[in-house]
Ligand binder design. Structure first.
Ligand code: HEM
Length: 463
């Protein structure tokens, strides 16, 4: 059982902490074929009120049993204890494989284990100081650029997407991705808007069948991978450093201990695609929602800015001790608007969970979006209250808060993303006060990630 988290918290007791306007899309009762269309438009609207109250919801979906889990103990069994009984679904593969191939996110079994071991050192805690320095420097120059352009109104989501891409490029590939940024972003955007939405056939057909949408995705993949090949060629020309100094070195030098085999050129591309995509879009969204929530809570924003101004957070990776409030803001943004809104698994063998017997092909969903707003797990779940994550707050169950997943497939970039987000936010708040420059009402929309339904105009006022 999770302790309601915001009770009896002292720091910042006088902050006015808002409920964001239109916190969640409201579903309307509908037949199953309408749910399929809803999943295409905005998956968040497919969960009705019971999802936020019940511990487990089980029902048939397209001829299979489908479970939604909000029970921390059952989630632990799914993601940790019985993790090997489950795999990614045919729909996930259909949607993501054209973009990220057999890279770490979609790999399974021995191939996954070897890949994960290979890249783990690049994400070790000792690398985070370097990352913070890169993030701080890149944020400062991006803000300088904005100042030179004298733009009074800024689309912060676009700003963070480009910035996160620059930071990932330098930290993981020792490259400036700036010359490629426009085309990379165009591809990611086009994919998200048109091709990443699951068609009814993507959801209906078992793996092994090709849907019409898949043919379009494959065509798109040719142009996406051609662009990535240019980036890989450019990086190769700079040489490979041994021992590895970045992710690219680590990938090129990796050898399977049993076979002595390295990544083929195509496998290398799949990894690059995986890390470019996973490494910037989600972090940019975490930053956008953090900025959005801070603009709704001006007093809290001032307290976070004071923390940023009091220490030079670019010198070392911001820790819970050096940046408690900024970290708590990012965590609370990840709670309210988890960029990865659902973690979906398909049973690979007969297995039992939450009192249900699953057959191969049955689906289990843990939706951080629902879990983080569950009425039995959180006090006032719709309220933005970073105090839940401050040191000394009542503990939060490990399996009630899952922005990065858990278990063997937990996000390998979780610490990378947190350090980057806190550093970027610190540099931004130390220089500017964030205010809305137009309507603030947004509806969160989930297709691959949780994003706002429209651009939100911000004003960056100098401090
Ligand atoms: C706020 C930012 C981020 C969020 C919310 C996020 C979320 C997640 C989640 C929920 C998973 C687990 C999915 C599952 O179990 O099905 C995951 C996996 C993964 N993430 Fe992240 N992520 C973020 C940032 C990053 C960054 C910065 C990188 C790389 C630089 C990254 C790389 C990956 C990879 C490669 C996996 C697959 C790991 C595996 O299957 O072994 N992510 N992420």
């Amino acid at each position: 059982m999770v302790e309601p988290a915001s009770r009896a918290l002292k720091p910042g007791a006088d902050w006015v902490l808002p409920r964001p306007p239109r916190p969640r899309p409201q579903p309307v009762p509908r037949p199953q074929w309408r749910t399929l269309l809803q999943l295409r438009r905005n998956a968040l609207a497919s969960w009705g009120e019971p999802a936020y109250r019940e511990r487990v919801i089980a029902g048939p979906f397209l001829g299979r049993l489908s479970l939604l889990l909000n029970e921390p103990a059952a989630i632990r069994r799914l993601l940790v204890d019985d993790a090997e009984a489950y795999g990614r679904t045919a729909t996930t593969l259909r949607i993501l494989h054209p973009m990220i191939g057999d890279g770490l996110f979609l790999a399974e079994g021995d191939a996954w284990r070897w890949q994960r071991r290979t890249v783990a050192p690049v994400f070790a805690p000792r690398q985070l100081g370097l990352l913070a320095a890169i993030a701080a420097r890149r944020t400062a120059s991006a803000l300088d650029r904005l100042a030179r352009e004298r733009r009074s109104v800024v689309d912060l989501l676009g700003f963070f997407q480009n910035l996160a891409l620059e930071i990932a490029g330098e930290a993981l590939f020792s490259l400036s991705l700036e010359p490629h940024a426009r085309r990379l972003r165009e591809h990611v955007q086009r994919y998200g808007e048109r091709l990443a939405r699951p068609s009814p056939l993507d959801l209906l057909l078992p793996s092994g069948w090709t849907t019409p949408a898949e043919l379009l995705r494959r065509r798109f993949a040719r142009s996406w991978f051609a662009l990535l090949r240019e980036i890989v060629d450019e990086r190769r020309e700079r040489g490979i450093h041994e021992p590895p100094r970045d992710l690219f070195d680590a990938l090129v030098l990796a050898r399977d201990p049993e076979t002595g085999r390295g990544f083929s050129p195509r496998e290398l591309l799949d990894q690059i695609a995986t890390f470019i995509l996973a490494g910037h879009e989600t972090t940019a969204l975490a930053l956008f929602w953090s900025a959005y929530l801070l603009a709704l809570a001006p007093e809290l924003q001032e307290a976070a800015a004071a923390e940023a101004l009091a220490r030079d957070l670019s010198v070392e990776a911001p820790s819970p001790a050096s940046a408690p409030l900024l970290r708590a803001v990012v965590h609370e943004a990840l709670r309210l608007y988890p960029p990865a809104f659902a973690i979906v698994r398909e049973a690979k063998r007969p297995v039992e969970i939450a009192g249900q017997r699953l057959a191969p092909g049955d689906i289990v969903v843990v939706a951080p979006w629902v879990l983080h707003r569950h009425l039995g797990l959180w006090e006032e779940p719709d309220r933005f209250d970073p105090r839940r994550f401050l040191p000394g707050a009542p503990p939060i169950d490990r399996f009630a808060y899952l922005p990065f997943g858990a278990g063997p497939r937990v996000c390998i970039g979780a610490q990378f993303a947190l350090v980057e987000a806190v550093t970027v936010l610190a540099v931004l708040l130390a220089r500017h006060r964030l205010a809305f420059a137009g309507p603030r009402r947004v509806l969160p929309v989930a297709v691959v990630t949780t994003h706002p339904d429209r651009p939100v105009p911000f004003r960056l006022l100098p401090r």
